[in-house]
Design a protein around this ligand. Structure first.
Ligand code: ZN
Ligand code: ZN
Length: 278
């Protein structure tokens, strides 16, 4: 890898709630949450939505793969790709999977076992032939998945809890903050502290401010709140993320126009988009 590509993020899924196949969603993408991050020579994956399946195909040529997979939480739109992640069926591969929202009541391994159990799913996690390790932590802890890579984490406001991440390497950083609900008129201190000065804030922008009042307690936020947080935390750029399945391409194009007019640092994340931290 050349120096300029040492740290990048690629979006494999940008949709929230449920995957949306079809031409009306084709330009922004229909797969649910999944990010590939490369930094410090490591592969870090964030969330296992349906975007994890095409990422697995992409990794086929790169075996053996040694990577960490961090879940924001365990709602199905962030987990459903896991049983279809072909890299878990390669014995030479090694994965560490992490979650910060489950202990002390449950563990990540228990939750994946529950998802992959009859009659919901025909085969158990023992079908994974790659070496897999399951790790639980408490949102708020700082993790060091490898030398030179620091992960700060924060608790988000979401039903059944969720974890926000800040990935730091070589003085650059990306924040991944989904799924989370804001309280109108009160910026979330946890998120501001996590995102302060970051290069990219990838933020749960499921709704617009106009739509938001109908979805209070659903656990999501708006692109306008993303801009308020980004400017308060001195963020360099905001990626609008976790698009509502009801928001077809034409709607998202208008979001992009409106968001850019509001703040020049805002843009809408699309499937296959790559952000390079040069
Ligand atoms: Zn979600
Ligand atoms: Zn969720």
């Amino acid at each position: 890898m050349s120096g300029g590509e040492d740290f990048f993020v690629r979006f494999w899924g940008v949709r929230g709630s449920i995957a949306c196949p079809g031409t009306a969603w084709a330009r922004y993408g229909g797969n649910t949450s999944c990010l590939e991050v490369r930094c410090g020579g490591r592969l870090l994956i964030f969330d296992g939505g349906t975007g994890l399946r095409p990422l697995g195909e992409h990794l086929r040529a790169q075996a053996p793969v040694d990577a960490d997979l961090f879940f924001t939480h365990s709602h199905l739109d962030h987990m459903a790709g896991l049983p279809f992640f072909s890299a878990l069926f390669v014995p030479e591969n090694r994965f560490r999977m992490w979650a910060g929202h489950l202990i002390p009541e449950r563990t990540l391994r228990d939750v994946i076992c529950a998802m992959m159990a009859p009659p919901l799913f025909p085969v158990p996690i023992e079908v994974f032939t790659a070496e897999t390790v399951y790790k639980d932590f408490t949102a708020g802890e700082t993790l060091s998945p490898s030398a030179g890579v620091k992960l700060r984490t924060a608790l988000l406001n979401h039903p059944n809890r969720a974890t926000g991440y800040r990935i730091e390497s070589n003085g650059r950083s990306i924040c991944y903050v989904t799924d989370t609900e804001h309280v109108p008129g009160r910026l979330d201190r946890n998120i501001i502290d996590l995102a302060r000065g970051t290069d990219y804030l990838i933020y749960d922008s499921t709704y617009t401010d106009d739509e938001f009042p109908r979805f209070v307690t659903w656990g999501h936020s708006t692109w306008q709140e993303g801009i308020r947080l980004a400017t308060a935390a001195n963020v360099k750029a905001l990626a609008i993320f976790h698009h509502d399945p009801d928001h077809e391409d034409r709607f998202m194009e208008q979001v992009e126009v409106d968001a850019r007019k509001t703040w020049r640092g805002a843009f809408v994340a699309r499937e296959n988009m790559r952000l390079v931290l040069a």
